[in-house]
Design a protein around this ligand. Structure first.
Ligand code: NAD
Length: 543
């Protein structure tokens, strides 16, 4: 076998297409959407290279047009979880035996397929089934996922290149082994890129994976699986199954070969799973890796030296793009009284202009929220705020689920900075703000830091540099991704590695080598070229 020291192509962030009127990509995307809307797809599970159909069909609909059926998926049960685990374990030996450059080539090819021939398909699936606009789908399902795949391959080589020193006459090496057993990837509805990243990043490091996506993201998950298969991911290395979360958890967390979980989703589910893993700790061969990125209650802190138009734009984009269903969405803001009239006016000007409706109409800035239970939860929060004399609805407040799950962008002004919507993650287009007396800036920082259990993202808006510096130190642990004079959303792979601490997760920074390192179990190897043959050290000799 010929050998060489190979370098992977330098990864670059995928260029975001504009979909502006007259652009070729706009015409192509519209055609793809039209085609998908006119068909009904049937999606099997993919386990060990087999397409598994159970006949237990669950309809897939559009959140913004919930009577329109786009297709069906085959729901599985506990037996399919066991089948997926067995398939993963059976594929392990061959996957490990492949050289790393073969794994690199497979996932680089997947990135090229995604950003090329599959781009419109994955964007259209994300738009129709997750109600993202063309721009939101493009930055997520096409660009961010391609970035994850390309940069993770590069990070893998950087990790492999990280090697120890050697003393004279010996050679020390570190071998980055995959984990013993299988990895469970459990993914949320709101980012197609996260759904693709959580199973592929452990697989890039040589692991085998059982993947369970959210029910409301299955269409784009199927497109990801098509890409992986065409790119050459061997059968059984990534197994896609559609079962309920608790059913999957029961089988997986009691299995001896469970080696780790790569999770993104709500904090509550993470707590439950961590507890189950703890309860079963004696069952496992190794201590499982637990990597979880969870909820957020992301803040915008405004100082009275800030520019009102900048704050208003950050709030409108940060709180309402993708209907506020980003873990990083701005959902609480602290505004000095002196700037409130100007910020309010700027925000109202924008909000009065914003259009909400089906995402197939490209002039809509917002679509619908993901499903009925999310709609019902959000409308209850809004109704409670309307009835509470300490709150004022500054904008919005209307909810209508007759055709799609539409919640108007809503701004609540809460006199009480500890009001429930200042503390809890709502995961929808609802921004709560608290207007503070300018001289209570310090006190407000304290309140901000203590209000919620989360520490995912946050922003400071101030022109006064000393204030920026002070707030950075004062809020050192309030956010894993901290922004200065910018909205707290929109992290880019390899530019702002993403993750939070406290109740927001294990902060293993997706989009950086810090995440990939969790999917290896390094082995230190020492080879001695002059092996001793006498046990006696020199000091033992007589004078
Ligand atoms: P979710 O917690 O409802 O579901 C996440 C996944 O867990 C889904 O696949 C779901 O089917 C599964 N699940 C649900 N209950 C389960 C159980 N009891 N046992 C095992 N699995 C179970 O989250 P979601 O609504 O899909 O996504 C939104 C949440 O994800 C928000 O809280 C958001 O903040 C968070 N999120 C965080 C990040 C981040 O990077 N921190 C990114 C995106 C989303």
């Amino acid at each position: 076998m010929f050998k060489g020291t190979f370098y992977v192509p330098q990864a670059k962030n995928e260029v975001v297409l504009s979909y502006a009127p007259g652009s070729p990509e706009r015409a192509l995307l519209k055609q793809t959407i039209e085609k998908m809307r006119s068909e009904q797809i049937e999606i099997p599970m993919y386990i060990g290279g087999k397409e598994v159909r159970t006949g237990n069909l669950v309809p897939i609909t559009s959140p913004h047009d919930h009577k329109h059926i786009l297709g069906y998926f085959h729901r599985g049960d506990a037996s399919h979880v066991r089948m997926a685990i067995d398939a993963a374990l059976a594929a392990k030996a061959k996957w490990i035996a492949l050289p790393w450059e073969a794994r690199a080539a497979i996932f680089l090819k997947a990135a090229s397929l995604l950003s090329g021939p599959y781009r419109m398909k994955i964007n259209a699936a994300t738009m129709l089934c997750q109600s993202k606009t063309a721009h939101q789908a493009e930055i997520d399902s096409a660009c961010e996922l391609a970035d994850f795949l390309r940069f993770n391959v590069q990070f893998m080589t950087e990790i492999y290149n990280s090697q120890p020193d050697s003393a004279p006459n010996e050679w020390n090496r570190i071998e980055y082994r995959p984990l013993e057993g299988f990895v469970f990837a459990l993914t949320p509805f709101n980012f197609t890129a996260i759904a693709g990243n959580l199973p592929s990043s452990p697989a890039i490091m040589g692991n085998v994976v059982v993947w369970k996506p959210s029910n409301t993201q299955i269409y784009s998950a199927k497109v990801i699986m098509d890409i992986f298969r065409e790119a050459g991911v061997p059968d059984g290395v990534i197994n896609l199954m559609f079962v309920s979360g608790p059913v999957a958890g029961k089988e997986i967390f009691t299995h001896r070969d469970f080696a780790g979980i790569h999770y993104t989703g709500s904090t509550e589910v993470f707590h439950e799973m961590w507890k189950m893993i703890g309860d079963n700790i004696k069952t496992y061969k190794s201590y499982p890796r637990i990597v979880g990125e969870t909820g957020g209650k992301d803040f915008v802190m405004v100082h009275n030296s800030a520019v009102p138009a900048q704050v208003a734009t950050a709030l409108v984009r940060g709180a309402f793009e993708y209907q506020g269903q980003k873990c990083s969405a701005a959902s609480r803001a602290y505004i000095p009284a002196s700037l409130w009239p100007a910020i309010k006016q700027e925000m109202l000007d924008d909000l009065n202009e914003i259009k909400m409706g089906p995402v197939e109409d490209f002039s809509n800035f917002m679509g619908a929220v993901i499903d009925e239970s999310s709609f019902d939860k959000l409308s209850q929060y809004i109704e409670r705020a309307k009835a509470d004399s300490s709150c004022e609805i500054v904008f919005g407040g209307k909810c209508d689920k007759s055709k799609g799950y539409f919640i108007q962008p809503t701004v609540i002004k809460a006199n009480n900075p500890m009001y429930e919507t200042m503390q809890e993650e709502l995961f929808g287009p609802v921004l709560t703000l608290h207007v503070y007396e300018d001289e209570k800036f310090e006190e407000t920082l304290d309140i901000l830091d203590k209000t919620s259990i989360y520490a995912l993202t946050g922003s400071i808006f101030a022109q006064d540099r000393a204030v920026v510096d002070y707030v950075m130190k004062r809020l050192a642990n309030a956010a894993g991704n901290f922004y200065i004079n910018d909205k707290p959303t929109g992290a880019v792979v390899n530019q702002q590695p993403f993750g939070g601490a406290r109740g927001s997760g294990t902060n293993d920074k997706a989009g950086s080598s810090l995440n990939l390192i969790r999917w290896t179990s390094p082995r230190s190897i020492k080879e001695n070229f002059v092996t001793p043959t006498d046990y006696k050290y020199p000091f033992l000799r007589e004078e």
